[in-house]
Design a binder for this molecule. Structure first.
Ligand SMILES: N[C@@H](CCC(=O)N[C@@H](CS)C(=O)NCC(=O)O)C(=O)O
Length: 228
């Protein structure tokens, strides 16, 4: 199997955590896609994922699977024990419900803020955004407000249960964790009053699949190009 992604980025991190949880890292070849250079918007990459985003999984038979949820479901089911996406109908339903909320309220919301209300990944990607800066900034800032209320919502959930979808660690925890990682990189911390969310984040950060994960850091070249 091949994974097209970029080290250090939040949606790729979701799949790298899944691979570590499922002990599949050695079975995957990582192909690095130059996001800052807009490689993911060129025809060769769009043939793999017409949405022009990473990660993408390529199976050995040449099938391309994109979208974090779909990739996670595939990898989670390989060993017949899909603990991250649910082994019973009830678990599957609750995990997918919370996963969708985490996508909408957190990881997509902070992504829109980052790409549209800040310089994002820089010059090469400006052509793929609205040319109207005021419009873009307003949209991004509305999205940041959505992210802030999403953090409040997930704080209230985690004040009453150990994981995002209930008792057990799941795909929904991974998505919330990656969204908070993106927010932190974009200068948006967890507000101090959201203590249940912060305590959960600290606990998840200690899981071996998160703590020892390869590809946590941005590539040195990316940091330089982004001006860090
Ligand atoms: N819904 C997609 C989101 C993927 C996504 O937004 N990936 C980001 C990297 S973290 C990306 O490729 N961004 C490039 C861009 O928006 O130009 C998924 O679940 O895979």
């Amino acid at each position: 199997m091949k994974i097209y992604d970029r080290a250090g980025f939040p949606n790729p991190a979701r799949i790298r955590i899944v691979l570590a949880e499922k002990n599949l890292e050695s079975q995957v070849e990582f192909i690095s896609v130059d996001l800052i250079g807009a490689e993911h918007k060129q025809s060769a990459f769009l043939a793999k994922n017409p949405n022009g985003v990473v990660p993408v999984l390529e199976l050995d038979d040449g099938t391309f699977i994109s979208e974090g949820v779909a990739i996670t479901m595939y990898l989670d089911n390989l060993d017949g024990n899909p603990v991250l996406t649910g082994t019973t109908a009830r678990q599957q339903a609750l995990i997918h419900m919370m996963q969708k909320r985490a996508d909408d309220q957190l990881i997509d919301a902070i992504g829109i803020y980052f790409h549209h209300a800040t310089p994002g990944l820089g010059e090469s990607l400006q052509a793929y955004k609205s040319p109207e800066w005021t419009h873009r900034k307003q949209w991004g800032e509305r999205s940041l407000a959505k992210f802030a209320s999403g953090m409040q919502y997930f704080n209230s959930v985690l004040a009453t249960q150990p994981h995002v979808a209930g008792e057990h660690f799941s795909m929904a925890d991974i998505t919330v964790f990656a969204a908070l990682m993106h927010a932190s990189a974009a200068g948006v911390p967890i507000p101090p009053e959201l203590s249940a969310l912060a305590a959960w984040q600290a606990r998840i950060a200690e899981r071996p699949s998160v703590k020892n994960r390869s590809g946590q850091q941005f590539e040195a070249d990316d940091l330089r190009r982004l001006g860090f």
